[in-house]
Design a protein around this ligand. Structure first.
Ligand SMILES: [Zn+2]
Ligand SMILES: [Zn+2]
Length: 186
């Protein structure tokens, strides 16, 4: 089962059905701007706690950072991000969606007019100003941000990807996983 939460101007987020009691704590991470439209977690539940911490630490340096991909690779966490981007402004998302739909209905000119009017408006100007501040924060903080990501990649190699208990990174015939003794047996 999938819970959806509507967020303004963005695709509804999806809380993974295996998140359990961490579901609510994952909302800030799942609500971030994503270069692929929606943040998805391509790793085991055992790392969700690490992800929540990691996201909060990055967001304290730059709240508008953009998530490209969150996944497991060779047994450890990969957290790929980008600087904030004007092209991902949530206030424009509705317009972009309407524009795409309008293309089929041959209403493109009307929607282009709406978009233009939106971009001349107060809401857009404010969002643009905030995003430019975020871009500056990212630039100033990126060394610290990438250091934190490296730190959590290392931490993931000591945390069972299945259950979150202390784990060991091991190579099972070229298949790398970080698991606790119990999950490694099961
Ligand atoms: Zn806008
Ligand atoms: Zn385990």
């Amino acid at each position: 089962m999938v819970d959806t939460h509507a967020t303004t101007g963005q695709a509804a987020i999806r809380i993974p059905s295996d998140a359990g009691e961490l579901g609510d704590a994952l909302i800030p991470l799942l609500s971030r701007s994503s270069s692929v439209g929606r943040v998805t977690l391509q790793c085991g539940t055992g790392w969700y706690g690490l992800l929540i911490e990691l996201d909060a630490k990055i967001a304290s340096i730059c709240p508008g950072y953009v998530i490209d991909q969150v996944k497991e690779k060779f047994g450890t966490l990969r957290f790929y991000i980008s600087p904030p981007s004007v092209s991902l402004l949530p206030c424009c998302a509705d317009m972009t969606i309407k524009q795409e739909r309008a293309r089929d209905d041959n209403e493109e000119a009307g929607i282009a007019f709406l978009l233009e009017r939106h971009q001349a408006g107060e809401e857009h100007a404010e969002a643009l100003r905030i995003t430019r501040d975020y871009i500056q924060m990212f630039e100033d903080g990126q060394d610290a941000i990438y250091e934190i990501i490296r730190e959590y990649e290392i931490l993931s190699g000591k945390c069972c990807e299945e259950c979150g208990e202390p784990g060991v990174l091991s190579d099972n015939g070229g298949w790398y996983r970080t698991l606790c003794p119990e999950c490694a047996e099961g």
